[in-house]
Design a protein around this ligand. Structure first.
Ligand code: HEC
Length: 303
């Protein structure tokens, strides 16, 4: 096993412990919670399933997530997963505030194909059932559920999901894992012009490798915007790297009205990078308006 995967294995065994305690149904009958590529650990189905995340031609989309939500309103959300060679399908989705707490509440409206399990911190995870994997079905699958927005004053919500376009051989090999996330902001009269959510493929940044951090930028406005993404590191001692300016960007991204677009931040981790757990701070904005919105998460540099 290459050292590259060692931290992931540690997480996988931690997940296995949680599973034993919470008696979560395994595995094609429902993955463990905490695998929706969501806060705080951003773990996904590759904790057990083979494959490099987001590397196949699979596509995972979250439709029906409101760009701007009305507090207390209910929305129907559809998770769709497509891929050209897969024959069996699975997913897991969450709605969280930027600190990782539960945002609003999900309602299972299709209990044959979907189920809801509570994970750490009472976060709700909606995922496939065994029947809901549709064994032997080509091209794709989708799952539908309702989400009721939180009460007024809650603010930004991030929906995160991980999907498995599987080969239907009842194992964890040869499957294709894809992550997705979308932000939603409360309709409170002060909606930022754009929202940003980071969804790292892994929170372990390995020396001598290029670390990939997909970022989703959502345009909350009714007109298209030319936006910019930048990122910097906040070290445990409070200082920034670099001390002025940005480690990544500004990278331009033009986003249509109400749409979400992906930008992948790629950061080569130098061989001498200190082995610390700093924060990555990601901002979206324009030179004229400055930063409109940010997302931040803790990551760990590993040898
Ligand atoms: C803790 C380990 C673990 C994690 C994490 C995990 N799985 Fe699995 N999964 C398994 C095992 C083991 C199997 C094979 C046994 C079985 O089919 O029940 C499996 C099988 C599957 C299958 C059927 C595969 C096939 O080819 O027949 C699907 C679909 C699936 N998982 C979806 C998911 C999704 C979606 C996630 C992430 C949200 C996920 N799994 C995360 C362990 C895991």
């Amino acid at each position: 096993m290459s050292p590259r995967f060692r931290p992931l294995v540690l997480i996988a065994s931690a997940a296995a412990l949680t599973v034993a305690v919470e008696a979560t149904p395994l595995f094609s009958s429902g993955p463990p919670t905490g695998m929706a590529s969501n806060r705080p650990n951003y773990a996904n189905c590759t904790q057990c399933h083979s494959g490099i995340v987001n590397s196949s031609n699979a596509s995972l989309t979250l439709s029906g997530v409101p760009v701007v939500y009305t507090p207390g309103a209910t929305y129907t959300i559809t998770v769709s997963l497509t891929q050209s060679t897969a024959m069996r399908w699975g997913f897991e989705i969450v709605a969280q505030d930027p600190a990782g707490g539960q945002a609003g509440s999900f309602t299972v409206t299709d209990p044959n194909n979907t189920q809801l399990l509570l994970g750490a911190g009472s976060v709700e995870y909606v995922m496939h059932t065994d029947v809901g994997t549709k064994p032997g079905t080509p091209n794709g699958n989708s799952w539908t559920m309702d989400w009721t927005a939180p009460a007024a004053g809650f603010g930004k919500v991030v929906f995160a999901a991980s999907g498995n376009a599987a080969n239907d051989i009842f194992t964890t090999t040869g499957d294709k894992i894809t992550n997705a996330c979308v932000s939603s902001e409360e309709d409170d009269g002060s909606v930022p012009l754009a929202l940003v959510a980071a969804q790292p493929n892994t929170i372990y940044a390995q020396r001598n490798f290029t670390w990939l951090v997909p970022v989703r930028v959502t345009n909350t406005q009714a007109f298209s915007q030319n936006l910019f993404v930048v990122a910097r590191i906040k070290l445990p001692n409070g200082s920034y790297y670099p001390s002025t300016g940005w480690l990544y960007g500004p990278t331009a991204v033009s986003v249509n009205a109400g749409a979400t677009k992906s930008v992948t931040i790629s950061l080569p981790i130098p061989s001498g990078a200190p082995l610390v757990s700093p924060k990555l701070e990601v901002f979206v904005g324009t030179p004229a308006a400055g930063a409109m919105n940010q997302d931040t998460f803790v990551f760990t540099v590993v040898p």
